[in-house]
Structure formats: structure tokens, C-alpha cells
Design a protein around this ligand. Structure first.
Ligand code: FE2
Ligand code: FE2
Length: 282
């Protein structure tokens, strides 16, 4: 069995890919003969046009996995259900929480642009659970990621409204998708809000220490200090990752730090990029 990864929404477009568009968002399609999984849906403007431009048929998507309930990952659901609403949506139950960002210039909503009712009425089958979900023999979600390291913490500007009160958002809904390949696991990261090292530790437990062939997605290190970046790079070395495809909320400084720490193994995750993996296990 082979599965192919295609980046449909990202902050940047792969150079030379005419007609594709970027946005602050993330969406990664995973296609195989037995299952088509869409990991996140981007902010909403890129998914359908980019798929059309690349000749990808979104009506065959069986499963949508949401990494978390932020608008830049869930925003494409509205346009997706217009072309396909016969899929199962896998997410953590906290994904629909009323998420708010509080910055110097004020506070604004950053949560799901569509609610449960909208999705259920459209015919989407919701599977909300905290624990890992096995999608097929080669794909599983991590479920909730425990916060274990002492250097990965939630951003202080993430809040949620609960019963009229604003409380810090631990982003318990943040999770990743793990794909098994012959070269090792392939990990799709949303924003890594719970920490990329915490995420990879959880993946290592789930996959019983299989090597990590590749990671794709956001590492959320935009505001990380140089000290934190050095630490992340040091810890990442333990996972001996084959290819680090970093994009979305990774941040330019972090991208450069990673490129220096892992020469020849860091690539920009950008719209239009594809990668194919083989899985011959069962
Ligand atoms: Fe996010
Ligand atoms: Fe994000």
C-alpha cells in the first residue's frame, strides 16, 4: 500500500507552482487506495481552489481530522461541506470551545467558524474523543497530548470563554495524526500547541519507539527565545527525524535554527508539495 501526502493549505506556496494560493492556515491531504484523510482544512480560502487546481477530488475524503479548534485549521470546513459532507470528523471534545486570543490590541475570537449543529445538519458524522482514534491499519490520531517537558508551555494569550468567564485555554484539543510507513512513522502536526517534543514523546509511546520518517506541519515556535530553540533542537535530535517539513506557525527564526541544526533534513512545508510513502505491514 502507498499513501500520498499533499499540502493543500499553508502559509506559503511551493515556488513555481502557478495558480496555487497561500493563507495563514494548514491542511494536508493523505490519499491511499483504501482511505482518504484530510488533516485540517485551512482557514477557508485555499482548500477548495487549491484542490481544484491540483486536480484533487475532495468528494472522496472519508475522514477529516482536526488538530485543534482554531480558525486557521477548521475554517475550511464550511467550504468542504459544500462539496462533500459524507465524512467522519475526528476531533477532541474541546474543539468547539469558545476560543479567544487576547493581545495588546484587544481580544478576538479564534475558534471554530462552524458549530456542531451546522456540521450535524450537513450530515457530517462527529467522532469526538480524547483518546487516540484508529482510522485504519496505518493511521491513528494521538489523542490528547500530555504536557511533560518543563520548557513547553501554553502561550499566555490563548483564552476560552467558559460560563461567561475568561479562563486560560490549555488547548487540550491539540493533537496530531500518525501514519505508519516502512521507513517509520510520519507525523502530521497542526500547530503543536502542546509542544512538539511532548507530541513526539506521545507518538513514540503510541508507536512503541518506531523511527520517525518525517514530520509535516507547524511547530509553533514563532515567539520562542533562542534558548528555547536550542533546547528544542537538542531534544529533536533524540528522535532522529528523517525529514522535518516545517511550515505554518513554525516561524522564520525557528526554521533557520532547525535548518542549521539538521543540515539537509529541513524543508519548507508549502502548498503544492507532495510526498509518497509505502506501508507493507498490517
Ligand atoms: Fe492554533
Ligand atoms: Fe495554526
Amino acid at each position: 500500500l502507498k499513501f500520498r501526502i499533499t499540502i493543500l493549505s499553508e502559509n506559503t506556496v511551493s515556488p513555481g507552482r502557478k495558480g496555487l494560493i497561500g493563507e495563514h492556515g494548514l491542511s494536508i491531504l493523505v490519499e491511499s487506495a483504501d482511505q482518504t484523510i484530510l488533516f485540517d482544512t485551512g482557514q477557508g480560502g485555499a482548500l477548495v481552489p487549491n484542490a481544484r487546481e491540483m486536480g484533487i477530488d475532495l468528494t472522496v475524503v472519508d475522514t477529516v481530522v482536526l488538530s485543534h479548534g482554531h480558525y486557521d485549521h477548521a475554517g475550511g470546513l464550511r467550504s468542504l461541506v459544500e462539496v462533500n459532507s459524507r465524512f467522519t470528523l475526528i476531533a477532541h471534545p474541546d474543539v468547539f470551545n469558545d476560543k479567544i486570543a487576547r493581545r495588546d490590541d484587544g481580544q478576538y475570537p479564534i475558534g471554530m467558524p462552524v458549530g456542531r449543529d451546522f456540521l450535524e445538519q450537513a450530515g457530517v458524522c462527529l467522532k469526538l474523543q480524547k483518546t487516540p482514534v484508529t482510522i485504519c491499519r496505518w493511521a491513528t490520531t494521538t489523542g490528547e497530548i500530555p504536557m511533560e517537558t518543563d520548557f513547553e508551555a501554553m502561550e499566555p494569550y490563548f483564552f476560552q470563554r467558559r460560563g461567561g468567564r475568561m479562563v486560560p485555554d490549555p488547548l487540550a484539543d491539540d493533537q496530531s495524526l500518525v501514519l505508519r510507513s516502512d521507513e517509520g512513522v510520519v507525523v502530521l502536526l497542526g500547530c503543536s500547541h502542546r509542544g512538539v517534543i511532548n507530541t513526539l514523546k506521545t507518538v513514540a509511546k503510541l508507536s512503541e519507539g518506531e523511527p520517525v520518517a518525517a514530520i509535516f506541519g507547524g511547530l509553533h515556535l514563532e515567539s520562542a527565545s533562542d534558548e528555547k530553540l536550542a533546547r528544542i533542537c537538542r531534544y529533536l535530535k533524540d528522535f532522529n527525524i528523517g525529514a522535518i517539513n516545517a511550515g505554518h506557525c513554525t516561524g522564520m527564526r525557528a526554521f533557520l535554527a532547525l535548518s542549521n541544526a539538521f543540515p539537509g533534513r529541513v524543508f519548507l512545508n508549502a502548498v503544492g508539495r507532495t510526498a509518497t510513502f509505502r506501508f507493507s505491514g498490517h
